[in-house]
Write a protein that binds this ligand. Sequence first.
Ligand SMILES: NC(=O)c1ccc[n+]([C@@H]2O[C@H](COP(=O)([O-])OP(=O)(O)OC[C@H]3O[C@@H](n4cnc5c(N)ncnc54)[C@H](O)[C@@H]3O)[C@@H](O)[C@H]2O)c1
Length: 387
Amino acid sequence: MFKIQTLNSISPLGLTRLPSDKFVVSDSMTEPDAILLRSFKMHDMPIPATLRAVGRAGAGVNNIPVEALTNLGIPVFNTPGANANAVKELVIAGMLLAARHIGPAWQFAEQLTGSDAEISKAVEAGKKAYAGFELPGRTLGVVGLGAIGRIVANAGVALGMNVIGFDPGLTVEGAWQLSATVKKAGSLDDLLRAADFVTIHVPLVEATKNLINADRLSAMKNGVVLLNFAREGIVEAGAVSAAIKRGKVYGYVCDFPSNLLQHHERVIALPHLGASTGEAEDNCAVMVVDEVRDFLEQGNIRNAVNFPDVSAPRETAHRLVVANANVPNMLGQISETLGLAKLNIHDMLNRSRGDYAYTLVDLDDPVPPDIVRKVAAISGVLMARVV
Ligand SMILES: NC(=O)c1ccc[n+]([C@@H]2O[C@H](COP(=O)([O-])OP(=O)(O)OC[C@H]3O[C@@H](n4cnc5c(N)ncnc54)[C@H](O)[C@@H]3O)[C@@H](O)[C@H]2O)c1
């Protein structure tokens, strides 16, 4: 039986994928094999000696002590892209909210008083203040063509927009998923100069902090609509506020309210709703449970933030998995230890990523516990286990 501890509530749609004859799941578990969580701050809790895997139902892992876990050979799984559709839908809503002045128009209609005839009269007199514009033919600039940016770009195409994207790290796999009509911008500034709507979908890292600042805003078209459903620190709120005041920016739609942006006529700040749908929660739970289960039962790694993807069907009934530092002669030492124990390696798969590597070894015979301990004792091996 594998013991799974949940530190936050995880959607039942995910948990039902752990059959009760093989897994016991509880929020008050001791000695867990795996921990599942969402936003629980793991930094302050001791890492259980039995722990093999951590699964975060979501993308960010700031709440998890990734480095300490990596040094113990414990993969931290997450769910990239599982909430992408939820964010995409809110971005589309954001474009329409800005283009059609839906917020102020709704407020105007809400505060009308009098008889129905008087309200109708006031509607006809007042509605011209909320006239908007349509999306087809406008240019949508998508900064960051990852899981979210790609489907936002494709949705823009479906809405009849000209779409231009910028992502220096675009993968071949990512490019395949993009509509063929999405144009590639040569630089961020090229994109900013061309777009009527600019939507940001990059992670917040040192290089993207204040990516959209006063200079970048000046480079944009007059009357641009800026959307930020990525992270607050990527867009300098003060610079946006100033750009709105001087009429450069037509509207700013974001997921991050702040004092500076509150009560600003041209700002729509939503309360971090990007991934807040039942479907996104279910998708994350299903994905993370499948990843953790596959790792516990088969040793396969998919979507760990600290180890490479290493996944293969079993060639034999006996599999040894090893997490190790990415230094010379690790495979040689592992093979030698198994060879000296007269264990024949049927198949072996090794991948490295940065300072770490992970190896699956399928063997013709069972690996005795003392040999697993010998492999685990090799300098640079972080974890060795039979699955
Ligand atoms: N509002 C919300 O609730 C919500 C929900 C989910 C994700 N997010 C945010 O959205 C971001 C994007 O999510 P994702 O799932 O698409 O991530 P992702 O990792 O799939 O894609 C990010 C992309 O940004 C690109 N990139 C990095 N730096 C860049 C730069 N300087 N210029 C252009 N492209 C750059 C990367 O190459 C990558 O392709 C996340 O990092 C997260 O912060 C917000």
